[in-house]
Design a protein around this ligand. Structure first.
Ligand SMILES: *Cc1c(COP(=O)(O)O)cnc(C)c1O
Length: 229
């Protein structure tokens, strides 16, 4: 089941990339939160190496049990006091949403002599319940982060407002893309926005058609998450 789902999604991602006007190949992140190491291995055996988790403890537990060549993407809200637990285990942090968090990431990365690639999470629908920086605060935070030595902003991430209408969601994806273009035009030292992390199980095809580089798909690969466990 999982293997079949995975192959279907991978195919769809390739097709959507080929049809997209942006002429780039979107990468698939398999979002494995709440799924077991065994389930992850089924997808790993198919060749998948990029996996996403949204909780520090879960990510470190799984990273400890699974092959070293997995690239772990931290996609959930990150508390400053937990940065040290993942700093040398993650490939990219998609969810930087404050200057304070960026400062801690840079400081912890320095201790390991590494430069951490990150994305800034934008609250693109301006929803009070969601984390992420507001569009109008983005330039300011990017400028502040740009001077930190051990963190490298590579782009933007968003989770648009839930909607049954994928065409509505598409407008948010386009808005995120335009924000990254605006920031690039400022020519801030040390800042080049090349990566857009957008699109989940229900809307990854639309995200790719709007220029996504990373789609984050959980349910479409692993099935429904059982929050009652
Ligand atoms: C859970 C999660 C996903 C995957 O969502 P699905 O609808 O299961 O594909 C993607 N991005 C983030 C940030 C998530 O927390």
């Amino acid at each position: 089941m999982i293997k079949d789902n995975y192959r279907t999604i991978l195919n769809n991602v390739e097709t959507a990339s080929a049809q997209s006007p942006f002429e780039k190949k979107a990468k698939l992140i398999a979002v494995s939160k709440m799924h077991s190491a065994g389930e992850i291995m089924e997808v790993y055996e198919e060749g998948q190496r990029d996996f996403g988790e949204n909780k520090v403890q879960e990510l470190t537990d799984k990273a400890g049990q699974l092959p070293d060549d997995i690239r772990w993407h931290m996609i959930g809200h990150l508390q400053t006091n937990k940065v040290k637990n993942i700093i040398d285990r993650v490939y990219m942090i998609h969810s930087v949403d404050s200057e304070k968090l960026a400062v801690v990431i840079s400081r912890e990365a320095q201790k390991h002599a590494l430069v951490m690639p990150v994305l800034i999470e934008v609250n693109i629908g301006n929803e009070p319940s969601k984390s992420g920086v507001k569009s109008e605060e983005l330039e300011d935070i990017v400028r502040k982060i740009s001077v930190l030595p051990n963190i490298k902003v590579q782009g933007l991430m968003c989770i648009p407002p839930a909607s049954a209408d994928a065409e509505k969601t598409r407008k948010y994806f386009a808005a995120l893309r335009n924000l990254s273009i605006d920031i690039n035009q400022l020519n801030i030292d040390n800042i080049q926005m090349n990566v857009l992390s957008m699109g989940m199980s229900d809307d990854y095809a639309e995200a790719i058609s709007e220029g996504s580089d990373y789609v984050r798909v959980g349910t479409g690969i692993f099935g429904m998450r059982d929050y009652g466990k």
